[in-house]
Design a binder for this molecule. Structure first.
Ligand code: BGC
Length: 471
């Protein structure tokens, strides 16, 4: 490899490296940021929102009944009906609808436009699957954006993330919006609970988890997908910001939606390369969710793209191609957000001769012809970006398991993290790297309990149904 290029790549790889001391230190910061967020409701960039969800228990697996769930969290809207069997099992029917981009962002995008679309899809789903059902069904609404929740079925949007941008929706109650638009269409459904997808993941994993077989308590519901976030059960004494009158009768604790995507928005500890800054500048929520922008699927490909463009601007890569094309590169490489985490997952593990598989993937997805040296660079950068992402992902998990271990001091069960999302489910090696980093942090010092990471499918459907079932 050309010496100058090799040195430049080494320099970038170094900036993405994460060591044990950093992990331990960052886990401490995470713990402090959680405590600060639990103490005050005043929104700030200094610590995580730590949003009380008004869910006061963790399912046992015995819950029963028919419920609806609606899920808005990314580019698809999902509507499901879930029949909880009361024995850790459930049956689910579901439909997915792609949300038109002009309803998500842009000049004409409004709250009414989006919620009217969502209400229409609930109606379509009911007409198709539950035409016969006469009585009003309860619906759990999974809404995977930061919300200021004030009751189980009340919450106002704090800000959009993940590419949504409808300014007139901020500060509005999203349950009211969905209820209003369903009523306008004559849909007989009651929105009984509002849940973040991580809350759904925690509850659905706890419901499915048959403790007599797994011998482990589910302590975190986490998403590592387009975005990242986690929820866990906190005891009331540790949530000083909850007012007495807001505490449901008999509650001993509450599930907290951490919104850990916003960990360290002031960059006291997180690594910050020039590529992180470039990517942040391209987003609609600059300066927010900076932890998410180093970890989640929406951002990994973009980090790679801006790093490659930097090497290109420095005259170190794609030079032959540039000349051969008379002073241009294929236009896709200039387009933000075009490299998906899925593309990265192929590049990550390519062990074919001369990285031939990467060659095809880059041609197919980016129309980008490459030589072997360029592919080696691309693979190296991909691996260091994803390695940092997986190692950073261990910080909240380790911090939370350390925090809650006291809640379980009277039993000898292991701990499990229930995780969902495309990155944790499909990105090669992501799960084992998270566990490797958790082991480096060693959050349970001296304990013989083990830590497991388990994939919790359908959290947003079943979990929302479980939330509606307790209303
Ligand atoms: C949102 C969270 C959500 C996470 C995973 C983040 O961008 O702020 O509310 O849980 O994505 O979907």
């Amino acid at each position: 490899m050309n010496i100058e290029l090799e040195a430049a790549v080494e320099e970038i790889v170094k900036q993405f490296a994460i060591d044990k001391d950093f992990l331990v230190e960052a886990t401490k910061h995470f713990h402090e940021s959680m405590s600060a967020g639990l103490a005050t409701s005043t929104p700030t960039r200094d610590y995580m929102p730590m949003i009380p969800t008004y869910v006061t228990g963790i399912p046992t697996g015995k819950e029963k009944g028919l419920y609806l769930a609606a899920d808005l969290g990314g580019t698809n809207f999902r509507v499901c009906s879930i029949h909880l069997g009361g024995d850790h099992t459930f049956e689910m029917k579901q439909s997915k609808y792609k949300i038109p981009v002009d309803l998500m962002q842009g000049e004409d995008a409004t709250a009414d436009g989006l919620f009217n679309y969502l209400a229409e899809k609930v109606k379509t789903f009911l007409d198709q699957h539950h035409n016969e059902h006469a009585e009003q069904l309860k619906l759990g609404f999974t809404f995977s954006f930061p919300v200021n929740q004030t009751a189980l079925n009340r919450g106002t949007l704090i800000r959009w993330t993940k590419g949504f941008d409808l300014p007139d929706c901020v500060d509005k109650d999203v349950v009211e919006l969905l209820q209003k638009h369903m009523e306008l269409l004559g849909v007989k459904v009651h929105v009984a609970a509002l849940a973040n997808d991580t809350v759904g993941t925690l509850l659905s994993r706890a419901y499915s988890n048959d403790i007599s077989k797994t011998n482990s308590n589910t302590v975190v519901g986490a998403i590592f997908g387009t975005g990242t976030n986690g929820a866990y059960f906190e005891t009331l004494k540790n949530i000083p910001k909850l007012k007495k009158e807001d505490i449901p009768e008999g509650a001993k604790g509450m599930v907290i939606n951490t919104e850990w995507g916003s960990f360290d928005n002031t960059l006291k500890i997180l690594p910050c390369t020039k590529y992180d800054k470039l990517v942040d500048d391209e987003t609609a929520n600059v300066g927010y969710h900076l932890f998410e922008k180093r970890i989640s699927g929406m951002f990994l490909g973009e980090l790679l793209r801006v790093a490659l463009m930097d090497l290109f601007d420095r005259g170190l890569i794609f030079q032959e191609l540039y000349k051969a094309r008379g002073g241009t590169l294929p236009h896709r490489i200039f387009e933000p957000w075009l490299i998906s985490a899925e593309v990265l997952s192929y590049l990550q593990i390519d062990d074919s001769t001369d990285l031939k598989m990467s060659e095809l993937v880059l041609e197919n997805h980016l129309r980008l012809p490459t030589n072997k040296e360029e592919r080696l660079v691309i693979q190296k950068l991909t691996q260091s970006i994803s390695h940092r992402a997986a190692y950073l992902s261990a910080i909240p998990l380790a911090s939370i398991v350390a925090r809650v271990q006291d809640q379980y001091k009277d039993d000898d069960r292991d701990f499990e993290f229930g995780c969902d999302g495309s990155v944790v489910e499909f990105y090669p090696g992501f799960r084992s790297k998270i566990l490797e980093a958790v082991a480096l942090i060693d959050p349970l010092k001296g304990s013989s309990k083990k830590i497991h990471l388990r994939i919790a499918k359908d959290g947003s459907g079943v979990g929302a149904a479980l939330c509606a079932s307790v209303s």
